[in-house]
Design a protein around this ligand. Structure first.
Ligand code: FES
Length: 109
């Protein structure tokens, strides 16, 4: 039997900053709510699974709560419940980033 770790396939991976210099309480609350919403919507498992992680700090420390969606490298700032719900529906489900909340898109080149 292998001791190698394994990963269940996922469609996208979202990191939310819960670090001390952005908006730690709000970031933690939003991360918890995000996990609950993914579960409610059935996006926590199966072929459309969205992996999620909390990050201690992205080294940006401004405009939080911050989140980034991979593989696109789309960065969101000033997350709210409303923006997060739109990100889930429009970006994670339909593949269209919510432009109003985006402050950076990583070039893939
Ligand atoms: S504490 Fe959030 S980016 Fe640094």
């Amino acid at each position: 039997m292998s001791d190698n770790p394994s990963v269940t396939a996922y469609k996208k991976h979202v990191f939310v900053c819960t670090g001390p210099r952005c908006a730690p309480e709000e970031g933690s609350r939003l991360y918890k709510r995000f996990k609950e919403r993914l579960k409610e919507l059935g996006l926590h498992e199966g072929p459309d699974r969205i992996a999620r992680s909390q990050a201690h700090c992205f080294g940006i420390c401004k405009g939080g709560p911050l989140a980034v969606v991979y593989p696109e490298g789309v960065w969101y700032h000033h997350l709210t419940d409303e923006l997060m719900d739109r990100v889930i529906e429009e970006h994670l489900r339909q593949g269209k980033p919510v432009e109003e909340g985006v402050f950076h898109v990583q070039d893939s080149e």
